[in-house]
Design a protein around this ligand. Sequence first.
Ligand code: IDC
Length: 458
Amino acid sequence: MKKIVAVWIATVLGVVADAQVVAPIRDAYGRTVILHGLNTAGGAKNSPGHQPWIQEKDVEREHRDLGWNAVRYLVFWGAIEPKKDSFDEAYLAKVRERVKWYTDRGMYVIIDMHQDVYGYGVGDNGAPEWAATYTRIKNLIPDKWPWWMQNMEPKVIHSFVTFWKYKKRKELQDHYIRSWLRVVDLLRDDPYVIGYDLMNEPHGGKVIKTLAGGFERQWLTAMYKRLIPAIRREDTMRYIFFEPRSFGTNFGMPSHLPKVNDTIVHKMVYAPHCYMKFVDIGGDYKPKDKKSLAKWFRRRDRETQMQQSSLLLGEFGLSSQKKDFDKYTQDILAGMDQRQASWTYWSGDPGGWGPLNRDLTPSPMMWQLLRVFPTAVAGQLVSFHFDPAAKIFEMEYISDDSIKAPTLISVPRLSMGDTYHWTVSGAEHYIASRDAANNNLQIMVSDPHARIRVTIRP
Ligand code: IDC
């Protein structure tokens, strides 16, 4: 009862108390896992073969120099099943190979079934051409408008509505689900594939239905109720990452998505996106945007509590040309740490908003994204914090000696160098050591239930 009241108070006030994460992501040892990494990659949407720009050495850099432990890896229904009823095995083999570049290094992979503007036949990317309807209707939206305005094209709306309505064209969702199951089958033997992001930025087509809530309450929920049990029949190990509608929630409106239920196990991660209006529409980071961001956080806190899951910010990003882009990025990332939440930056593509310039040297954004953070905590994580200016990391956790693996803290070499200092207090018996090859500080505590404090500084 006390716990319910505490959750209720926290929800009403929109505050996040210490150690309130309802269901943290855990690894096979039972350690609490925090994920930091990139989306890879936007360029795959419309490139020949639909593969991201990366080579294995680029993944090695992420692991070795940047200290990231995760990637949100984009795949596309239209690339998996370009012809109805036949999977593109060559595409899938390349996905398998690239996913392995990450997982061979112990990096976690979240598979994101991406779409923007429904799909290939009518919009940008996602659904196969054969799954689009109304394709011959003339374009009304000028190309020079922001890309997401293309969601207003009549053929896009028609295609979305046909997909979601299910009744008349059941085969569309059935094929979407079967394509997911092919991906599950492809990756099922790889323990570092940590989960499946069911659909990127679901959009209902009809704007009123989408904003008023009918889309999330009826159509999206019904699709999740078909897809989640289908995945669970094949795989109970992975996390299910699920998103609310994107339109409006991205910049801070509430979602109408009811509680999404897992079946057999409960391994769910709420995975919304954050794009404040100034990022998309123009302008710099101003006090009113700071307020909108606070609102975005409050709403996501409520929804995460209601969904009884942990939180991944699957996408956020902006141009480092904007004034105070660094303050904005730090406000987001500090908010994530405070909530013990995970994030993947949009995106890893070189140039543009990315942390790498086109010549693969670090861009101004890189320095904002490198943080010391706990990748695996053997016990109950109480709090962690990183001060990017002073580069000081602090963390508190309660040890649990039944977990037979060390606590790992990622210390990115590019920002922290090889000779940082650390302190561990609160434990009678512990061993701490630097694992240079993996950019980690490892701490093995043998006290059964001690409150441990760790600090790391240059
Ligand atoms: C953007 C890409 C851009 C591309 C556009 C449409 O950065 O180059 O033209 O998609 O394909 C999202 C989407 C994500 C977007 C991203 C940034 O999930 O695919 O990438 N964004 O606009 N939602 C809000 C923003």
